[in-house]
Design a protein around this ligand. Structure first.
Ligand code: ADP
Ligand code: MG
Ligand code: MG
Length: 204
């Protein structure tokens, strides 16, 4: 894998396409176990990310990821904004000053993102959140030697579906207690689209 500014930009653009396309679906999930704004938050935020990165020429992957992170933090809002913002900020630090990133560095950047979100949200896996998609994906990347798009997308999808039977203990969904069971977590679903976008635009 050679993850460059071009690939980073394509990834962000593809994430935005999914957020616009699946805005209603994400909002419906958040209506069941939250306040019904997750689709709106993500669609608004990533639209701004695309606007931002389309305006500028970037020399390093760290720089484009940093702009994405700052825009996510200021425009997504809710619980997801600071969490995804942290993820992209950690990636921007891991990819700082680099023009091309290999598989190992890419994997390390995603692990840093995961650890950053765990700290930021004071959460762990099994609590029906975005972490329940990020952790299996990072473990899958760590087990591999090269980027496997289809298997990565399958891993993310399976992980997202598994949140359906979990009971939420973090975020707004935690107020629903046992009633949160039976619904896929909206953040897990948006994370799935982030990784689906990755699988769609990045090659082995
Ligand atoms: P809000 O709940 O503030 O309206 P969103 O609807 O945009 O924010 O995002 C909700 C999602 O954020 C949840 O579905 C869950 O995946 C994620 N989330 C909430 N709290 C946490 C946390 N402490 N750690 C990790 N993810 C969390
Ligand atoms: Mg919400
Ligand atoms: Mg909200």
């Amino acid at each position: 894998m050679h993850f460059t500014v071009k690939q980073a930009k394509e990834w962000l653009l593809q994430i935005n396409d999914h957020m616009q396309e699946h805005k209603q679906e994400l909002t419906r999930l958040d209506q069941a176990i939250g306040d019904g704004d997750h689709g709106i938050n993500m669609a608004r935020g990533f639209k701004e990310v695309v606007k931002k990165v389309n305006e500028k020429e970037y020399k390093t992957v760290g720089d484009i990821m940093q702009d994405a992170a700052m825009t996510i933090i200021s425009k997504v809002g809710g619980a997801a904004g600071p969490l995804y913002g942290t993820a992209f900020l950690r990636m921007s630090l891991a990819f700082k000053d680099k023009v091309s990133i290999d598989y190992k560095t890419f994997t390390r950047g995603l692990d840093d993102a995961l650890q950053g979100m765990k700290q930021r949200g004071k959460a762990t896996t099994g609590e029906k959140t975005i972490l329940d998609v990020w952790e299996p994906v990072v473990l899958f990347l760590e087990e591999g030697e090269s980027f496997q798009p289809q298997a990565l997308a399958d891993t993310a999808k399976h992980a997202m579906e598994k949140t359906k039977n979990m009971i939420a203990t973090k975020g707004r969904a935690a107020y629903f207690k046992e009633k949160s069971k039976g619904h896929i977590d909206p953040g897990a679903m948006s994370s799935y689209y982030i990784f689906l976008a990755m699988a769609e635009v990045l090659e082995e």
